[in-house]
Design a protein. Structure first.
Length: 264
């Protein structure tokens, strides 16, 4: 698929370079000489997201960067990424990142606290009985490079890690994972990694060195068919990977709250 629609890479590079400029659909399509309809179709087939949704996702990623690296007010950051309404920006940021812009800006200390708590866990694996094989998604996480740290893995409604996953967990190492009691529906598996000792800002911004993976095809759960075991591999970021919008400390916090106190 990547070779078939290699011209989309040119558009993605253009979007990254001009993310603070107006990027209407017609402009993006014309950049590679396609009609807006044809461009939208092949862009979504390649990336998994409509072009303008992808652009808005990148802009929220830029907003995260501005929140941590500048003293701009939240209103000015909203304007910087082309959002005229502070209320709309705050709502969208909160829905897709999982915390408000102000809470995200002030969450650096939480990162070290969460990582320290995770390192102290004596038992990560919560053995969940498989009551219904057809409602179970399981597999194995591999990596292209050596890795020591925590892996955050989840099932999302869209092919982008935004908002809390419908089903999610943390893993202390490469190896098996399992989600049980998954309701019938269509899901996208996403995972990323946080090496032990990673700097808080790098965790919050999921820097370009962070290993990650995503399912290219949707995972369909039905009451009558078992999902085959998945083999997923963490890799270095690629140009066509969607931004990781969800706040990783928020996922860590949710996981820690589910772990029984007896095994901490």
């Amino acid at each position: 698929m990547n070779e078939r629609y290699a011209e989309i890479d040119e558009v993605i590079a253009y979007i990254h370079k001009n993310i603070y400029e107006p990027l209407p659909l017609s402009l993006l399509a014309n950049y590679i000489g396609y009609s807006p309809y044809h461009f939208s179709r092949i862009f979504k087939e390649r990336i998994g997201l409509p072009p303008l949704y992808y652009v808005s996702s990148l802009r929220l990623e830029k907003a995260k960067d501005l929140l941590l690296h500048t003293h701009l007010s939240i209103r000015d950051i909203a304007l910087e990424i082309g959002q005229q309404s502070l209320g709309t920006f705050t709502t969208r940021f909160t829905e897709r990142v999982g915390v408000s812009p102000s809470n995200f800006r002030n969450s650096r200390d939480e990162v070290n606290e969460r990582l320290l708590a995770l390192q102290k866990l004596s038992n990560w694996r919560q053995s969940m009985p498989v009551l219904n094989p057809n409602a179970t998604i399981e597999g194995t996480v591999h990596a292209h490079a050596p890795f020591q740290g925590v892996i955050l893995i989840g099932l999302f409604a869209k092919p982008i890690p935004e908002g809390l996953p419908l089903y999610g967990t943390l893993l202390p190492s490469l190896g098996p994972f399992r989600f049980t009691d998954v309701k019938p529906g269509t899901y996208y598996l996403m995972a990323t990694s946080v090496p032990w000792g990673m700097q808080p800002v790098d965790v919050l911004l999921t820097q370009s060195t962070t290993l990650r993976t995503r399912s290219r095809e949707p995972i369909v759960v039905t009451p009558y068919t078992k999902v085959p075991p998945l083999e997923v591999t963490l890799h270095v970021p690629r140009l066509d990977d969607p931004p990781i919008l969800i706040s990783l400390p928020l996922l860590m916090d949710h996981f820690l709250k589910k772990v029984p106190l007896a095994i901490r």
